[in-house]
Every structure is written in structure tokens, then in C-alpha cells.
Design a protein around this ligand. Structure first.
Ligand SMILES: Nc1ncnc2c1ncn2[C@@H]1O[C@H](COP(=O)(O)OP(=O)(O)O)[C@@H](O)[C@H]1O
Ligand SMILES: [Mg+2]
Length: 363
């Protein structure tokens, strides 16, 4: 019997459109001999809708695809997902969608952060990727960093800037931030796609950068800027064991000073070197560090682990993404392609892992 896979995409986060692009890729490449996919979109306002396929997306920000609003027709009860008819879905009222497994292809808040994972745990539906705790810890860099440090990994020096402290005593916060030395990076604790992230060169730019970061998250971070190469590794769980891919290097070209949103998705100025041009011993150290980070946070299924590599060979972990960009041209699938697993195989492997494991909570 084919397994029915619900690919859930869109969502309320600033990475809505990227999630829709990831879902278009998965729906096109999923092995239909093994799986029967359905596509559920979550609109930016949080409405759930059963989509026919990727042609149901509408043009969103920067012309990227987005889930249409005002057509909510998916609901969930303790026994699963249900849909009512609408012009696109052709189903009768309140029909069970009989989902065997969910691929929550959501990036960022309300998706990659443990929230949908919690919902799926309660509904008793297996799902691709990390559970509640690993998802939420990885999402909040202020929680993930101390765990990496605890496991002996290097992280960038930095401090957390809570909006309430910022409002109450801005000059003290600015003094603490400035003590890191410049340049620094200011970013939201729980964001993605470089939204709200700024390279700040002197004290005069701190205030506007923190205000902007706080628009994405009441918790911002200031971090010493690391000068180094950006190296990424994709970790995939195969038969219960996390395996590291070959490494890739992100090469950001001018005018971008770092890997910002436009460099990531829009203007084609970024290139990826896969495999990264590194000596074998360093490659192995970074691959082991990626698996160690995956295990340290208790991840499952997949993760992309991002590092800085300094001139003098120091490996610094920047972040771990539990649901990395997943279009066929995204880093995670490309790293696995170069490691001998194509996009369709990757999707099958992820669903297989999700169906194999019992849910995370000890009963
Ligand atoms: N401490 C830092 N030093 C140097 N570059 C940084 C630092 N923090 C962030 N960056 C740059 O900003 C980009 C986005 O930051 P990151 O923390 O990865 O956030 P996101 O979750 O949005 O991807 C990184 O890929 C890197 O180019
Ligand atoms: Mg990043």
C-alpha cells in the first residue's frame, strides 16, 4: 500500500515563500510508486488549505510563490486531518485526509521551531525531521549556542539583547554590545534566511540594527563578527544513524558583505563550491563536528549544520537548521547529490526514517 504523505508548506514565518519553493520541488520529485502525496498550505495568516498542486500558489513577496489566503478548508481533530470542499480540492465536506506521515516542509517560526511537531505528536502522526525539543532549541540560537559550547565546540562570542532591557536601559545595552568590539553581527535569536540580520561597523549603527532585529524577534543577539569561510554540512539519518555529507562552501560575492537574504535567494550572486576545497583532515573534522552537533541537540531525520572556518583552522559552529531549504537547488539536496543520493532518494529516505521511528515522547 502506498503511504499517504502530507507535505505541509508556507506557514506564518518570514520564510513562507522559501517553504513553498521547497514544497514545489518535493511534490515534483517524490516517488509516486511508493508515496501518494497531498499538499497542504498554511497561509501567512495561519489558514490551512488543501492545494491541488504547486500551481495553486499565488505570487507573494518578490514574486515568489505563496499560499493563497481566505480559502481555509483543512481542519484537524484528535484522529487526524480533515478537509472540506473548495474550488481547488474537489472533496466532499469533512473528508478524512488519511495521512500516514507528514513532511513538515516549513522553515522558521511556527514550523521549524517545534510547534507543528508538537501538534503532530498530539495527533499521533509520524513526521519527517526533528522532534519538539531539538526543533525549538535549534531555532533559538541563544539556547543552542551554550549546548554547542558544552559539547566542546567553538561559538562566536556574543550577548542576548532582550527587548524589555533595551527599552529600559538602552545605554547600558549599547555599552555591553560595544564591548564585543566592531564589527559585530546583530540578528534575531529565532529567525532564518538572514532576515533582520545586520553587519554593524560602529556604535552609531547599533541602535537601528537592534530595533530592526527586534521587529523579527523580541530577543536579538549581538555577536563578534567571525572572519572566515562559510562551510556547510548536511546530516541525514540513515537507519537510525546520522551520516554527514560532503562539505560545501558558500561563496558570497560583492556587493554582498555576508550571506544576506538577497544573496541567498534573489540575485544569483552566491556560488557554492561542492565539495569544498579543504584538506582531508579538516574535512573530516568538520564532518564529525556536524554529526556531533546533530547529536548534541538530539536531532532526527535531517539537519544542515553551518560553520565558519577561520584562516588559522579554527572551526566555529554558526547554526544548525532542522528543516533547511529543500528545493532541488538548495544546499542540503545538492550536498547529498554530491554524496551519491539524488533528490528523490533523499525524500524517500526521510519519509522512511519518519515511518521507522516511534514518536519521541516516552510513554
Ligand atoms: N558572528 C558572525 N560572524 C560572521 N558572519 C555572521 C555572523 N553571524 C551571522 N553572519 C552572517 O549572516 C548570515 C546569516 O546569519 P545566521 O546566523 O546564519 O542566520 P539565519 O538563521 O538567518 O541563516 C551568515 O550566513 C553569515 O554570512
Ligand atoms: Mg544561516
Amino acid at each position: 500500500m502506498k503511504k499517504r504523505v502530507a507535505i505541509i508548506c508556507g506557514g506564518r514565518s518570514s520564510e513562507h515563500e522559501i517553504s513553498c519553493i521547497s514544497a514545489s520541488g518535493v511534490i515534483a520529485a517524490i516517488d509516486r510508486k511508493e508515496f501518494d502525496p497531498i499538499l497542504i498550505g498554511i497561509s501567512k495568516s495561519g489558514a490551512w488549505i488543501l492545494l491541488k498542486d504547486a500551481t495553486d500558489f499565488v505570487g507573494g513577496e518578490s514574486g515568489l510563490p505563496s499560499v493563497p489566503e481566505n480559502r481555509s478548508n483543512v481542519s484537524f481533530r484528535s484522529n487526524g486531518f480533515f478537509a472540506d470542499s473548495n474550488e481547488s480540492s474537489n472533496v466532499s465536506p469533512n473528508v478524512s485526509l488519511s495521512v500516514d506521515v507528514v513532511f513538515p516542509l516549513l522553515h522558521g517560526a511556527y514550523g521549524e521551531d517545534g510547534t507543528i511537531q508538537g501538534l503532530l505528536e498530539m495527533l499521533n502522526i509520524p513526521y519527517v525531521g526533528s522532534g519538539v525539543l531539538a526543533s525549538s532549541v535549534a531555532m533559538d540560537k541563544t539556547f543552542a549556542k551554550p549546548i554547542y559550547s558544552d559539547f566542546g565546540m567553538n561559538v562566536a562570542d556574543g550577548i542576548t539583547v532582550h527587548q524589555r532591557d533595551w527599552r529600559e536601559n538602552k545605554s547600558l545595552e549599547i555599552a555591553k554590545i560595544s564591548a564585543l568590539g566592531f564589527p559585530i553581527f546583530i540578528k534575531p535569536a529565532r529567525s532564518g534566511s538572514s532576515r533582520g540580520t545586520y553587519k554593524v561597523k560602529d556604535a552609531s549603527q547599533v541602535e537601528s540594527a537592534i530595533d530592526s532585529a527586534h521587529k523579527f524577534d523580541p530577543k536579538a543577539m549581538a555577536e563578534a563578527a567571525i572572519v572566515g569561510r562559510e562551510i556547510e554540512c548536511a546530516v541525514l539519518e540513515i537507519d537510525g544513524k546520522p551520516e554527514a555529507s560532503v562539505l560545501g562552501e558558500i561563496k558570497v560575492n560583492p556587493p554582498h558583505e555576508f550571506y544576506d537574504f538577497d544573496a541567498k535567494y534573489l540575485d544569483g550572486s552566491t556560488s557554492f563550491e561542492i565539495p569544498a576545497n579543504l584538506p582531508a583532515s579538516l574535512t573530516e573534522r568538520i564532518r564529525s563536528a556536524a554529526v556531533a552537533a546533530f547529536s548534541a541537540l538530539g536531532c532526527e531525520g535531517l539537519a544542515r549544520v553551518d560553520f565558519f572556518l577561520t584562516e588559522d583552522g579554527k572551526i566555529i559552529i554558526n547554526e544548525l537548521n532542522t528543516m533547511p531549504g529543500f528545493t532541488p537547488r538548495s544546499v542540503f539536496p545538492m550536498l547529498w547529490e554530491a554524496s551519491g543520493k539524488n533528490y528523490s532518494e533523499l525524500i524517500s529516505q526521510l519519509i522512511k526514517s519518519a515511518l521507522q521511528r516511534s514518536q519521541n515522547v516516552v510513554r
